[in-house]
Design a protein. Structure first.
Length: 134
């Protein structure tokens, strides 16, 4: 039975370099693919073209718990070795880091499918919100 390591967390001040460095330290022997998604605050914005800052927040008070559970479900569904998701919250600027998502899979197909499925859940906007500010 596959018991993958999976975790999701909300943090204020995301350091994607440190997260990647730590994630990459000890891949499982069966790992054939490591995928990393580094989401950033793109500019111009979707809501306000010339925004100054973005407020990132939990739209659902249980967002972190729900996303942690979803991370574990997806890691099991795709037989991943590991899945780590870390989402920034608070106020950030243009091009700052919003999301770090890394998956370690036995093959490309399962890693890509898991990454895509979890990204779609995170981007749903019912759990996490984003508001651009002038």
């Amino acid at each position: 039975m596959n018991n993958p390591e999976a975790e999701f967390a909300l943090v204020e001040g995301l350091d994607h370099i440190s997260l990647y460095s730590e994630f990459h330290k000890s891949p499982a022997e069966s790992t054939g693919t490591v995928l990393v998604h580094h989401g950033r605050a793109k500019y111009p914005g979707k809501q306000i073209s010339d925004y100054r800052k973005i407020s990132l927040y939990a739209a659902n008070p249980d967002a972190e718990r729900i996303l942690d559970e979803k991370a574990k479900e997806i890691a099991g569904k795709y037989s991943l070795n590991r899945l780590l998701g870390v989402h920034n919250i608070g106020v950030i600027g243009k091009n700052d880091s919003i999301l770090f998502l890394a998956v370690e899979g036995k093959d490309r197909d399962s890693a890509f499918m898991a990454m895509r499925e979890f990204l779609e859940i995170i981007k749903d906007e019912t759990l996490l919100g984003l508001k651009e500010q002038r």
